[in-house]
Ligand binder design. Sequence first.
Ligand code: TXA
Ligand code: MG
Length: 315
Amino acid sequence: IVRALTLLEAGQCVALPTETVYGLAADATNELALEKIFTAKGRPKNHPLIVHLASAKQLEQWACDIPNAAYKLAKAFWPGPLTLLLKKAPDVNNVVTGGLTTIGLRVPSHPLFLNVLEQFGKGLAAPSANRYKQLSPTSAEQVINGLNGRIDAVLEGGICEHGLESTIIDLVSETPRVLRAGPITTKQLEQVLGFPVATPESHIEVVPGNVKAHYQPNTPVKMMTEKEILALVDCEEVPNMHVIMHSQALSQTLTCSLKLAQLTLLPNNAKEYGKALYGTLYRIDKLGTQLIVVQLPPTKEEWRAVNDRLSRAAC
Ligand code: TXA
Ligand code: MG
């Protein structure tokens, strides 16, 4: 932590663990430090960064015209995996918002990140700690695999609790809407706010950075129903593939046609599945198969974030 603080104060980038995914952090008030984030990730300059704060008390330093809904949500979900999109305060550096008039803010709950934020005193900009468009890292090993030589350090904080990026809610548009599905569901948001929150059924590209093809492993990913998977392994030339599924019955059936090393059974539970997803894709990516087939997950509300990331991985 001391080393991370020293590097951050010197305007360097340090990967830090959050409860969602690892973030690549830099001083959100230092333009040169922010530019290093874009360079290390190979990320276009107009893609806005989320600023991480030690507490909701710092909201007014970064945002203005803050609606009551923001305070309600902060009270209910911070520290935690929710990013609030608000109107940015006038003196916030344009580099951090990619030139937009809005800013994404959140208080993360990982104790190490919080500790760094409390001692640092200022906001830390932190996108996911991966090269542009690749999988977000859920372990320090994955950070190093993607960014070794391009960043100054990574703080080891174990496997991320949620494994999927934070829910983003836009509180600037006339009616609040979810821009990115995540660990906090729309229903949870509505329960706190007491009114409906719009959730676009399909992907919307409202800002640069929220692109459809995203979160991709190097191996092509295909989503299939159980029936389609069974038909595929039944054909004469079965491709060199790996199947990720959540159905135990399917897994048992497939052991007749595929090797165990080609099968990954994930928990049939949205939270546990989400936690394991990126790590699983990362591991399979290293096996050198030609195709990753993923059994279509359930479509219930709690599976929304998983379905969103998989649809982008399979783009
Ligand atoms: O869980 C998370 O949110 C992780 C951890 C590290 O906190 N961070 C993360 O950051 O996922 P990143 O940069 O990989 O994704 C942030 C996305 C951007 O791509 C963009 O779509 C949206 O958040 N975003 C950020 N600021 C925005 C703004 N001002 N307006 C609209 N969207 C914004
Ligand atoms: Mg990202």
